[in-house]
Write a protein that binds this ligand. Structure first.
Ligand code: GSH
Length: 221
């Protein structure tokens, strides 16, 4: 039996969605973020040394990192589903977006979240807070926001070509890209094309089933 070690409101929602799309039986073990720090509980470090979510266990195997998990589950149990045929242009797009999602899209989105909360840090002396606010605002406006804007433009351009990130069919690349697109939506505004894309994936029965299994999915902003 596959176990998804699921942290609330986190990237592991993607893994539950993938399993629902593939129709693979699995169980969910829940972990709750610390309400103050929003970090994962120590119990997740007992599963994997980094204590991050998602991580899955499948028999003796423990597998972390969303992209690895998506590739492992699709390759092992997917029977070719959610992976474009080898040698096609769609297959190259699939690989690109699969790796790009965590490697390039998420860093500026995480930076935006972290910088937004620096001035509110309880450890920060009150007299430093206005300076911290000025610095974080300047970095966000001059560096982070323009980065995010160019990523969003790239996603939009790709979805002008086809319904999904790697062609006309949903693939593992969409499972991966769903999180940056959701995160960008929660930290700013999307283009009409990207909003429609989110609506398309939200309407999928497997996505709805995954929300029921995973529980509330409010991304941090
Ligand atoms: N690149 C990793 C990122 C994992 C990650 O940072 N997960 C977040 C949840 S969205 C987490 O566990 N945060 C809680 C913590 O850092 O304590 C992946 O895709 O698996």
């Amino acid at each position: 039996m596959i176990t998804v070690h699921h942290l609330n409101a986190s990237r592991s929602q993607r893994v539950i969605w993938l399993l629902e799309e593939l129709g693979i039986p699995f169980e969910v073990k829940r972990y709750e973020r610390d309400p103050k720090t929003m970090l994962a509980p120590k119990a997740l470090r007992d599963v994997h040394p980094l204590g991050k979510s998602p991580v899955i266990t499948d028999g003796e195997k423990t597998i972390a990192e969303t992209g690895t998990i998506v590739e492992y589950l699709s390759n092992t149990y997917g029977g070719g589903r959610l992976i474009p045929a080898a040698g096609t242009a769609e297959r190259m797009r699939y690989h690109y977006w699969m790796h790009y999602a965590e490697g390039s899209a998420m860093p500026p989105l995480v930076m935006k979240l972290v910088f937004a909360h620096i001035p509110d840090s309880p450890q920060m002396p009150w007299f430093i807070k206005p300076v911290a606010r000025m610095i974080t605002k300047a970095v966000t406006q001059s560096y982070i926001d323009p980065q995010i804007k160019s990523h969003i433009a790239l996603w939009d351009a790709e979805l002008q070509k086809s319904t999904f990130f790697a062609g006309e069919d949903l693939t593992g690349a969409d499972i991966m890209m769903s999180f940056p697109v959701e995160a960008a939506a929660s930290r700013g505004t999307l283009t009409p094309k990207l909003t429609a894309y989110l609506e398309t994936i939200h309407a999928r029965p497997a996505y709805k089933a995954a929300l029921e299994r995973g529980g509330p999915y409010e991304l941090l902003s």
